[in-house]
Write a new protein. Structure first.
Length: 314
């Protein structure tokens, strides 16, 4: 395994969590992961307090503003540790690094964005990267992804996961859930791109004109279509729709609410709509209610507005 492959972990989370917003440049980022894996560029490691090689524990440890970089990707932390294993007795081969850890003020930088956390761990055997900490977030030029518990990238399964009050924001659109999972695949050009985002638990979708929530949901990126299921509520202005299944088309702005998922064998639940009347100021006065007198044409208009009598709808 080349040393540069170890830095694939640096770009992995940037790829994974940028996917939540379906960015146009995600394919290029995905290809960068493969380039890093196969690259022969040197891995540069710097640390203020030195680098330690512990033969007994089989570790390499860089302490004090530690930095590992390859090309335009870098990992920064208070301490970086690489755990390795040697070939079994009687076998030939090189030592193999199986676990990388970054601890304390962890930051992963790449041209596509930055990932922040307190601890990052990459298990090479499982091809899984996990970032944890108090202020977990990914920040790119147009997007922010945050989570309370962890940000994860499962390389072999081609998916990314944000756990615990996960939130992805792109321009005026947000999706929130207990767990957000981005699934991606190769397009006809051989580039990786997200095709579906799954949201589980306390799902909320917010746009400039609409708010929707349900127990779980799915966002189909190419169709810009979100589905919600389980005690669904959609709010548009002061109007509210209640049902058990909804489709929210973010491209057209049209939402559809049903009593049950299409094709379900369960009996549909009743769909309800609460449509409020026009604003109070547009209501006609109730019978017997005083109205504000109109100024006569021969009289000058008042210099100050006259307060409406009590009970008026202005």
């Amino acid at each position: 395994m080349s040393r540069a492959r170890l830095l694939a972990v640096a770009l992995a989370p940037v790829l994974a969590f940028g996917l939540f917003t379906g960015l146009p440049g995600v394919g290029a980022v995905a290809q960068s992961v493969d380039r890093l894996r196969e690259s022969d560029q040197p891995l540069e490691i710097n640390a203020d307090d030195g680098i330690e090689w512990n033969r007994n524990d089989k570790t390499y440890i860089a302490r004090g503003n530690a930095r590992a970089a390859s090309g335009d990707v870098e990992v920064l932390a208070d301490m970086l540790t690489a755990y390795y294993r040697e070939p079994a007795e009687g076998e030939q081969g090189d030592t193999e690094i199986y676990l990388l850890e970054a601890i304390g003020n962890v930051r992963i930088n790449s041209p596509e964005g930055a990932v922040y956390g307190d601890k990052g761990q990459y298990k090479l055997d499982e091809q899984v990267f996990v970032m944890t900490g108090q202020d977990l977030r990914l920040v790119s030029k147009e997007d922010v992804v945050t989570a309370r518990d962890s940000l994860e990238y499962w390389e072999g399964q081609r998916k990314a996961v944000a756990r615990g009050k996960a939130q992805a924001t792109h321009e005026d659109k947000q999706i929130k859930a207990d767990v957000l999972t981005a699934n991606f695949q190769e397009n006809p050009q051989g580039e990786l791109e997200v095709h579906r985002i799954d949201a589980v638990g306390n799902v909320e979708i917010l746009t400039a004109k609409e708010y929707a929530r349900g127990r779980e949901g799915t966002y189909f990126v190419d169709r810009e279509l979100a589905t919600l299921e389980g005690e669904v509520k959609i709010t548009q202005g002061e109007n509210q729709l209640d049902g058990n299944y909804a489709e929210v088309n973010m491209a057209t702005g049209v939402s559809k609410l049903l009593g049950q998922r299409p094709g379900s064998t369960e009996p549909p639940k009743q769909v309800k709509a609460l449509v409020l009347p026009r604003a109070t100021k547009d209501k006609p006065p109730a019978e017997g209610e005083a109205t504000e007198p109109e100024a006569k044409e021969s009289e000058p208009a008042a210099s100050e507005p006259v307060p409406a009598p009590n009970g008026s709808g202005s």
